[in-house]
Design a protein around this ligand. Structure first.
Ligand SMILES: Nc1ncnc2c1ncn2[C@@H]1O[C@H](COP(=O)(O)OP(=O)(O)O)[C@@H](O)[C@H]1O
Ligand SMILES: N[C@@H](CC(=O)OP(=O)(O)O)C(=O)O
Length: 637
């Protein structure tokens, strides 16, 4: 997109510092107008601002674009097993480089009529080498706004029949992604017709390339981790195109920064590969990446709108970083430009003493340490990707969680504790408008350029504030958990027993959230999302060392707080309260982290347990009303 002369850009002041703002999927999905018209312009007064966007989500992340893209990927694989005639057509269309298969009622492409297991041996026109090459060529990387090859879209070009054509499988999913983004672009860009047309074209081209890529993957019947990364990367690219449009329409000079090629092949030297081919990214990798990101951002003339997807990561982005990777991308951008603050914008006022959707009396926490934020994230309060903290905090960049629906709220600051005696008197508001007093709860702020506290939202005002007493910080629930119990058959000594268990977990890539052991018994809590086939294999291997049982529909309850290191009696209080509330505990873990006490209980008791602990251990007043207590089927005490 050509730069425009009448748009407002970053300040001319050479001393202006950077603020990096990350917007999650639901924020860009629902509040792009607020972001473009209010939030970004307000911070541009005196700061350089870059925004990092995730893929759009409508109501929830589960229904968002990234999940749809993953769905399209698995549909492409499923379709690989449809009748040979369809595949031959697909190959022909790939060779011709255009036609996208669609479903015509009654045709062999219908999923209903598909016969799974049709051998792929009949696809002779292209050798697998040629297909690999084709996949490379179709790689979605490197396409520019308008230089992309124009392929035909499913709806407009699929044959000359007059019969209405209905896309199925991955084509239907791509159609859905396309129409959703076109509709959002039209909503976001209302003033500049030409700009809207350009964005609509770019979105359509991105979706066409995606279709081609999925088609090629379908033909070779394989989606590697790298291909899966490329597929999900389309989500951030699409959402950033719309964000650029919304900003420019709002009079802000903005430019798209795509990061598909930001990971230079030389960075791979910083990725250690073990004998099984697994990669570990070391700090030098992240340092090189943040430096490259910094250079890209500094070269921008407008507000950089950065895809939170950051490309060809050794060992794959999804495997190495996992979902929620845009937080880490934003942190690396913040490090690269030595930002004065990293802001993570969400639809919640900040980090609360418990999930505010589940605990009506939860309070906003003005300030928490990176360790506490990481524990909360690992155990169910998905506030920020856990890798984010380390990168930003290492460079003393404070992280602030803020609410797009309440931009003037103070949010929650994640920063290490200040040494005793620091009074925070030099703290300033980031946008330079006002110096405000600190909140009553010991905020852990030490940077001189650190933002202070904006006006309180209603929800903040309504929440009681903790005094100076040392209390745990928050309680959290992670549900959808299963517990795997292994009872030794005593044919191996205990170290062999443990070695076999851990070896099995490693072999199948199973991540354990909590573990509790005796010499002959091990209980492990893990996400229940494990594939049934994998679980069966794990069980079969473990049965060689003992009796295995599985408890389903469980939840992990964790009490987290930096003060818990030195507090006596918290565990006693926690378990007494649960016992008084008739909450049966399946497993307890304390000590792995000094700031976390966790236990496993039945999922159906999770919300009741959360409220009991919040009321009794985090000492919230007023006492929950009878109706709140009644919501859990019985009174609290
Ligand atoms: N302790 C907590 N503090 C704040 N939010 C929490 C906490 N535990 C769970 N949550 C939930 O996490 C969600 C995070 O906010 P949201 O903006 O919806 O996420 P995203 O940025 O992933 O779209 C909120 O819906 C909130 O209910
Ligand atoms: N869109 C990606 C990356 C991400 O960071 O998401 P979010 O910012 O919405 O957590 C995902 O869904 O995982």
């Amino acid at each position: 997109m050509p730069p425009s002369t009448h748009l407002r850009g970053p300040p001319d002041d050479p001393n202006a510092e950077w603020i990096i703002q990350k917007y999650g999927g639901t924020s860009v999905g629902k509040f792009l107008d607020t972001i473009a018209q209010q939030i970004v312009p307000s911070y541009l007064a005196g700061n350089k601002v870059a925004i990092v966007c995730s893929a759009r989500s409508g109501q929830t992340k589960a229904l968002g674009t990234t999940n749809l893209l993953l769905q399209a990927a698995s549909e492409a694989l499923d379709e690989a097993l449809t009748p040979a005639v369809s595949l031959s057509n697909s190959v022909a269309s790939l060779t011709n480089g255009a036609q996208t298969p669609v479903h015509r009622p009654g045709s062999a492409f219908s999923r209903k009529s598909s016969s799974k297991g049709t051998p792929l041996g009949r696809i002779e026109p292209l050798s697998s080498n040629v297909l690999d090459k084709k996949l490379e060529q179709l790689n979605l990387i490197g396409g520019t706004d308008s230089a992309a090859k124009q392929t035909k879209s499913a709806k407009s070009d699929a044959g000359s029949d007059s019969e209405p054509e209905i896309a199925v499988g991955f084509n239907a999913t791509v159609d859905r992604i396309l129409s959703d983004h076109l509709a959002s672009a039209r909503k976001a860009v209302t003033k500049d017709r030409q700009l809207l047309e350009q964005i609509e074209n770019d979105i359509t081209q991105d979706c066409d390339r995606l279709r081609d890529f999925l088609l090629a993957a379908k033909i070779i019947e394989e989606i590697s981790p790298k291909s899966k990364d490329i597929i999900i990367g389309v989500g951030e690219r699409l959402s950033c195109r719309i964000a650029v449009g919304a900003l420019r329409d709002a009079g802000v000079e903005a430019e798209l920064v795509t990061l598909e090629s930001i990971v230079d092949p030389s960075f791979s030297a910083h990725a250690v590969q073990d004998s099984q081919g697994e990669f570990t990214l070391d700090q030098a990798f992240y340092d090189s990446l943040s430096e490259a990101l910094g250079e890209r951002l500094k070269a921008c003339t407008g507000v950089p709108v950065v895809t939170g997807y950051f490309g060809n990561v050794p060992g794959s982005l999804l495997s190495q970083i996992g979902r929620g990777y845009t937080d880490l991308c934003a942190a690396l951008c913040a490090v690269g430009v030595a930002a004065k603050e990293l802001q993570i914008w969400k639809e919640v006022d900040g980090v609360f003493t418990a999930d505010p959707r589940k605990v009506p009396t939860a309070r906003l926490i003005p300030s928490i340490t990176p360790e506490e934020a990481a524990e909360l994230t690992y155990y169910g309060s998905e506030v920020i990707h856990p890798f984010t903290m380390e990168q930003a905090i290492k460079k003393a960049i404070p992280i602030r969680i803020k609410n797009v629906e309440n931009p003037t709220g103070q949010g929650t600051v994640i920063f290490p504790d200040v040494p005793e005696g620091h009074d925070g008197s030099e703290d300033k508001l980031v946008d330079g408008h006002v110096d405000q007093p600190r909140p009553p709860l010991t905020p852990s702020v030490s940077k001189s350029n650190f933002s202070a506290w904006g006006s309180s939202s209603k929800s903040e005002a309504a929440r009681p504030v903790m005094g100076e007493r040392k209390l745990p910080t928050a309680v959290t629930i992670k549900d959808n958990v299963l517990v795997l119990n292994v009872h030794s058959n005593r044919k191996t000594v205990s170290h062999g027993f443990f070695a076999k268990i851990f070896g099995t977990l490693d072999k199948y890539g199973v991540v354990v959230d909590l573990i509790s052991t005796s010499e002959v018994h091990v209980s492990m809590a893990m996400a229940a999302g494990l594939r049934p086939r994998t679980l069966e294999k794990v069980k079969a291997d473990l049965q060689k060392v003992g009796t295995v049982s599985v408890l389903r529909d469980m939840a992990i309850l964790s009490l987290v707080g930096k003060h818990m290191r030195n507090m006596v009696g918290v565990a006693g209080r926690m378990f007494t309260v649960l016992a008084e509330g008739n909450v049966n505990i399946e497993m307890i873990s304390q000590g792995a982290s000094e700031i976390n006490i966790s236990c496993v209980l039945h999922e159906k008791l999770a919300i009741k347990a959360l409220n009991l602990i919040h009321y009794s251990v985090l000492e919230v007043s007023p006492k929950p009303s009878n109706s709140e207590a009644g919501a859990f089927g019985r009174s609290f005490f």
